[in-house]
Design a protein around this ligand. Structure first.
Ligand SMILES: Cc1cc2nc3c(=O)[nH]c(=O)nc-3n(C[C@H](O)[C@H](O)[C@H](O)COP(=O)(O)OP(=O)(O)OC[C@H]3O[C@@H](n4cnc5c(N)ncnc54)[C@H](O)[C@@H]3O)c2cc1C
Length: 265
C-alpha cells in the first residue's frame, strides 16, 4: 500500500496513522488506525480495502445488466432502499482487511461472528497470533481504566464505577494476579516447558492480535450487534466504534444508509 494514500482518508482527530512491521524489516507500512480503549496497547488498523458505495449500487444494478461510473442522487435512494429492505448481497462486494490488537476475551467475542471469522467462510477471514510460536514474555495485558460494579438488574452488564477506595483495591488485586500469571509463565519457560503448554495459564487479559477480512455486510452486522454499550460489553463497543470511524470514509453513502436505518443490518 502506498503512503501517498494517507492524505486521502479524511479521518477524525482521534484517528492516527500507525506504522506496522518490525523496525528490522523493510516492509513497514503506515496506515490509518485508532486505539479504541485509549490504553496505548489496543489498536485497530485498516490494512486494506476494496470497493465503495458505487460498487454496492453497481452490484445491485447487475440485475438489469447496468453499471454507472459516477455517483448521483438516484444512487443515494437506491442504497437507502437496499439497506432498509435487507437486500444484503450487494454489500458483500466491498471488503475490508483489518489488523486488530485486543485482549483475548474481546477476540473471543469477536470470533463468534462466524461469517468472516471461521472455516465456514471462504474468505478465511481470521488469522491470529499463536502463543504456540510466539513467547508471551514481552506480551501486554489489559487493565481496565476504571473498575465497574456488577449490575443488579442485568447479569451481563456493569453499573458504573466502584465507589470509594474499592477501585484502588480492585486494581491492586488485579495487578497482583496478573503478575502471578506472568511470573509462573516465565518460570515454566525457564524450566524448559514448551510455549504451547505454558500459555494455558495466561489470563484472558492477554493482548493478542489478528487480521480480519470482512465484507461491508459483515461489518454492518458486527457494528449493529456490538456498538451499543448498553447491551454489548463497553470494550467491544469501543472496537465497533473504531471500525465504523475508519471504514466510513471508504463508503460514506453506504454508512449514511446504515445510520438512517438505526444501525440495523
Ligand atoms: C450482547 C451479546 C451477548 C452475547 N452473549 C453470548 C453468550 O453468552 N454466549 C455465546 O456463546 N454467544 C454470545 N453472543 C454471541 C451471539 O450469540 C452471536 O454468536 C454473535 O453476536 C454473532 O452474531 P451472528 O451469529 O448474527 O453473526 P455471524 O456468525 O457473523 O452470522 C451472521 C448471520 O449469518 C447467519 N448465519 C450464520 N451462521 C448461520 C448458521 N449456522 N445457520 C443459519 N444462519 C447463519 C445469521 O443470519 C447471522 O445473523 C452474544 C452477542 C451479543 C451481541
Amino acid at each position: 500500500m502506498e503512503e501517498s494514500r494517507n492524505c486521502e482518508w479524511g479521518l477524525p482527530k482521534h484517528a492516527a496513522m500507525t506504522t506496522l512491521g518490525r523496525p528490522s524489516r523493510t516492509s513497514m507500512i503506515t496506515l490509518p488506525s485508532i486505539d479504541p480503549i485509549g490504553d496505548g496497547k489496543a489498536l485497530v488498523v485498516l490494512l486494506d480495502h476494496m470497493g465503495n458505495s458505487l460498487s454496492v449500487v453497481n452490484d445491485a444494478r447487475q440485475s438489469f445488466d447496468n453499471r454507472k461510473e459516477q455517483w448521483d442522487d438516484k444512487d443515494a435512494k437506491l442504497i437507502a432502499y437496499l439497506a432498509r429492505e435487507g437486500h444484503t448481497s450487494p454489500f458483500r462486494g466491498v471488503v475490508f482487511k483489518w489488523w486488530v490488537k485486543a485482549p483475548l476475551f474481546i477476540a473471543r467475542q469477536w470470533w463468534k461472528h462466524t461469517v468472516a471469522s471461521t472455516y465456514v467462510d471462504d474468505q478465511l477471514g481470521w488469522n491470529e497470533k499463536s502463543f504456540r510460536y510466539c513467547s508471551a514474555e514481552d506480551a501486554q495485558f489489559y487493565t481496565p481504566l476504571v473498575f465497574n460494579k456488577q449490575s443488579e438488574s442485568n447479569r451481563q452488564a456493569s453499573a458504573g464505577p466502584l465507589g470509594g477506595n474499592d477501585g484502588n483495591l480492585a486494581l491492586a488485586q488485579y495487578s497482583q494476579a496478573l503478575q502471578g500469571c506472568i511470573q509462573a509463565y516465565e518460570g515454566l519457560l525457564a524450566m524448559g516447558v514448551c510455549k504451547e503448554q505454558a500459555r494455558a495459564i495466561l489470563p484472558a487479559a492477554l493482548y493478542t492480535s489478528f487480521t480480519w477480512t470482512c465484507s461491508l455486510q459483515t461489518l454492518f452486522h458486527f457494528i449493529s450487534l456490538r456498538i451499543d454499550a448498553k447491551s454489548a460489553q463497553s470494550e467491544i463497543a469501543a472496537y465497533a466504534r473504531a471500525l465504523l470511524t475508519l471504514a466510513r470514509p471508504i463508503a460514506p453513502e453506504a454508512f449514511e444508509a446504515f445510520e438512517t436505518n438505526n444501525y440495523q443490518f
